[in-house]
Design a protein around this ligand. Structure first.
Ligand SMILES: [Zn+2]
Length: 418
């Protein structure tokens, strides 16, 4: 069975603090007028009335990411290990396997974050051979990291740490990547196993006591024009992002489609939702408009693929729910936007990772979509954006697309009822 996206085993943390809104954040100034952000301006994590509250101690769409996750701005350092098995020895060199992901993963984050995330990977460029055959570790989709067991990810990780003991100082790294030899286990087209253990410690520590956590294991090879994106997806869990696709085992259409790689990281390249960029600290306060007062507001949105300008309008519906508005057009990371326009989504922090915390509205319900040639994406949502003259009404919020200007920006009017 072909799977669309990657599983995550989210380890929850018990320490949860409430978000502390900044008092002078322009993002909460709903009537601040047009503002133009710039990559030169520091991004900032959400605050103000549009920064939705946390109701779970794990990954969610909330503004606040609990302690224990990795930072997602500035210089973020990853250590990358390569692992194979005595019965599944790697046929490629460590450099070749590493080259499937780097520098592409770092480049992706640099572009998507408008230069605000400087991702640096340090590889240990040798195959670390496990002591037992692949099957002895009993790893399947959904296998947890269980520090009480002598198999699974705990056993693999113990052997990795033993192999590099004295040569790698884990304290220097925010993320750990483990690239398994693609010869081990089934092809990704049959069983998706890549997984991240994010947030709280896994129960395993290096000899010096440094917790082994925020670790992503990448199995097999994905297809498409940028298969490295599986690691961008997995690392994003360590930054606090949830899965948008339904993880319950029942095959359901992806609720956001190809508009975010936490929903679909297969197939052609795609970027993150503007909401996720805000959560990760990649937008300057002036690039986000929080429409928390009743009335009609006109805004000019620049597409996600363009670094400057207003990227996101948010209409809060409650402490945990909001409507988001952004513009999408073809760009360096958005390869197959076939109906450029204004994307409207609903976000819920009280809906768990893997249960559909974000839903994208479809401007053309019932259509087959405009990108129908790739089975890895939800074609029906490929033409989801609203175009000039169209209007979207959801949860008491109306979004009208007024048109585009010569610079490719989208004029919208957002009306919120009393
Ligand atoms: Zn995931």
């Amino acid at each position: 069975m072909k799977a669309l996206a990657i599983a995550v085993m989210v380890i929850t943390t018990l320490a949860l603090t409430a978000p502390a809104p900044s008092q002078a954040d322009p993002a909460d100034a709903g009537d601040a007028g047009e503002a133009t952000g710039s990559p030169a301006t520091d991004g900032r994590r959400p605050s103000g009335p549009c920064a939705l509250a946390s109701v779970t101690p794990g990954v969610s769409e909330a503004a606040h990411t609990p302690a224990g996750y990795a930072r997602s701005t500035g210089t973020v350092r990853a250590i990358t290990f390569l692992v194979d098995f005595p019965d599944a020895p790697a046929r490629s060199t460590p450099q070749e396997r590493y080259g499937e992901f780097f520098p592409a993963v770092a480049d992706f984050y640099r572009t998507s974050s408008y230069g605000r995330l400087d991702y640096r990977s340090t590889p240990v460029l040798r195959w670390i051979r496990m002591s037992r055959p692949y099957a002895a570790y009993r790893i399947e989709r959904g296998t947890p990291f269980d520090a009480s067991r002598d198999d699974g990810y705990h056993a693999l990780s113990k052997e990795i740490l033993a192999a590099v003991d004295g040569t790698v100082d884990l304290r220097r790294y925010d993320l750990v990547n483990v690239l398994l030899a693609p010869e081990a286990g089934p092809p990704a087209t049959e069983d998706v196993r890549s997984v991240t253990f994010a947030g709280a410690p896994t129960g395993l520590a290096a000899a010096d006591g440094t917790p082994f956590k925020n670790v992503s294991f990448i199995w097999s090879r994905q297809t498409g024009d940028s298969p490295f994106r599986v690691l961008n997806h997995e690392n994003a869990h360590s930054f606090g992002l949830p899965d948008l696709y339904f993880t319950g085992g029942v095959r359901q259409k992806t609720p956001v489609g190809h508009w975010d790689l936490m929903d679909e990281d297969w197939g052609p390249s795609n970027d993150f939702l503007a909401w996720h960029k805000w959560k990760l600290g990649w937008l300057a306060p002036g690039q986000v408009h929080c429409l928390n007062a009743p009335g009609r507001r006109e805004l000019t949105l620049t597409p996600t693929s363009v670094p400057d300008g207003t990227k996101l309008a948010v209409v809060p519906l409650s402490a945990t729910r909001a409507v988001t508005v952004e513009a999408r057009a073809p760009g360096p990371l958005d390869h197959v936007v076939c109906r450029p326009g204004v994307l409207v989504s609903t976000v819920a922090t009280d809906v768990a990772s893997g249960a559909g915390p974000v839903r994208t509205l479809d401007a053309t319900p019932g259509s087959h979509g405009c990108h129908t040639s790739d089975p890895n994406l939800n074609a029906g949502l490929s033409d989801a954006p609203y175009v000039a003259g169209e209007r979207c009404a959801v949860a008491g919020v109306t979004v009208e697309v007024l048109g585009t200007d010569a610079a490719g920006r989208w004029r919208v009017a957002v009306t919120r009822g009393a």
